[in-house]
Write a protein that binds this ligand. Structure first.
Ligand code: GLU
Length: 422
């Protein structure tokens, strides 16, 4: 297969990075069957569903639902479900592909999957949301399960949505808490799952700063985002590392103050007003403006495609840590590399969420629950090992951290495939 041709035509950055990694790996002597490399380019199964919903006013409507199962050679498919108007099969495919790589980088025994429903959940009542989630679960049928495919929360989904899935799944299968992760604590959720992605980002920031000789106690940090990942991440960077957060944002706009932001007050303001606007003592600006403000560490932690060729040249940070999936497109990535900006890629930086999902699943299957200290300690161990392994591959081959993470992940997947046999 001519990967060079495909690389010049694809607009999907994740496919582009994968093709680049495959090109590199063809030169490696350690790959058992180089033909298998291309298997990671395509998902195993793409499920497209038409989900019926009776609205509260009696009207009938349908919504499109998706689940893409990318690769399960290392373990059951694993990855989130998002409820967002932009969800489609292409987005689910890209994100499922990233999940296969992410679980491989973290070296946890899962493959990758992703899905969701093309809907704005704020346009539904809570009863409609429950019926839609139950309908979706029913239509997914045997395609999900604790040893098959394990969904989790993602954009606009939460523990309550996972609880409805557990309940609906149990109507046609054995009772099984391990069918989804990210559940409420009362229903088999893990302590520390809510902070997990943010804590993993904090660990990635700490390791990257250490590697680059950046004194984290003097570092000025900007988060694009203020949702679950960014708010936990920001707080942990201040509380546990002593860094200073000088900018955060929501989809409506950003706040910036070079002297630092009072995060607890900003959170209280946001929860009260559903907006950061009018928060006192800061400069209000757009998300695009925030990304190019002066800082040492920039952390895109909102939706995809934040960093593009349009802003990559103006970024002032020397370290960029990708808390959001697929947030840097391949043209921007090239510019960042040329400018010697150190990028910790999404599949490493935001793996903390799925790592604690793994702990949740282990606890569900063993019916034995861990305390918070154990969750944090195990997360620390796995994140530090994944960072060190990626950094060592980068050093050995003179790769960027992204290329090192992609090649290490693909190598693990392909080795598992070769051992199983085709
Ligand atoms: N949605 C999260 C992610 O993108 C977590 C997935 C999971 O826990 O399975 O990594």
């Amino acid at each position: 297969m001519s990967t060079t041709l495909a690389k010049s035509t694809t607009t999907d950055s994740v496919v582009h990075y994968t093709l680049e990694a495959i090109d590199q790996m063809r030169l490696w002597s350690t790959i058992p069957d180089p033909d298998l490399l291309q298997a990671v380019l395509k998902p195993t199964r793409q499920i497209v569903l038409e989900i019926p919903l009776r609205r509260d006013d009696g009207k009938y409507e349908t919504f499109q639902g998706y689940r893409v199962q990318h690769n399960n050679s290392r373990g059951p498919y694993k990855g989130g479900l998002r409820f967002h108007p932009d969800v489609d099969v292409n987005e689910a495919r890209t994100l499922a592909h990233l999940m296969s790589l992410k679980t491989a980088v973290a070296n946890i025994p899962f493959g990758g999957g992703k899905g969701g429903i093309a809907v704005d959940p704020r346009s539904l009542s809570v009863y409609e949301l429950e019926r839609l989630t139950r309908s979706f679960t029913n239509l997914l049928g045997d395609n999900i399960g604790p040893y098959r495919d394990i969904p989790a929360p993602d954009v606009n989904t939460n523990g309550q949505v996972m609880a409805w899935i557990v309940d609906e799944y149990a109507k046609k299968h054995d009772h099984s808490l391990g069918v989804v992760t990210g559940k409420p604590i009362e229903l088999g959720g893990s302590l520390g799952r809510d902070e997990a992605t943010g804590r993993g980002v904090m660990i990635a920031v700490r390791e990257a700063a250490r590697e680059r000789g950046c004194d984290i106690k003097k570092a000025r940090v900007i988060f694009q985002g203020f949702g679950n990942v960014s708010s936990f991440g920001a707080r942990l960077i201040e509380n546990e590392l002593g860094g200073k957060v000088i900018g955060v944002s929501t989809s409506k706009g950003a706040i910036y103050n070079e002297k630092g932001i009072d995060l607890l007050s900003a959170e209280a303001h946001y929860h009260k007003n559903r907006d950061l606007k009018d928060f006192p003592g800061v400069t209000w600006m757009t998300n695009d403006e925030l990304l190019v403000q002066d800082c040492d560490i920039l952390i895109p932690g909102a939706l995809e495609k934040a960093i593009t060729a349009a802003n990559a040249r103006d970024i002032k940070a020397s370290i960029l840590v990708e808390a959001a999936n697929d947030c840097t497109d391949f043209e921007a990535d090239k510019i960042l590399n040329e400018r010697n900006i150190f990028v910790v890629p999404d599949i490493l930086a935001n793996a903390g969420g799925v790592v604690v999902s793994y702990f949740e699943w282990v606890q569900n299957l063993s019916n034995h629950y861990w305390d918070l200290a154990k969750v944090r300690q195990e997360l620390e161990r796995i994140m530090v090992a994944a960072y060190a392994q990626t950094s060592s591959v980068a050093g050995e081959h003179k790769y960027s951290m992204r290329m090192a993470a992609y090649t290490s992940a693909i190598e693990r997947i392909v080795r598992a495939m070769a051992l199983r046999g085709v």
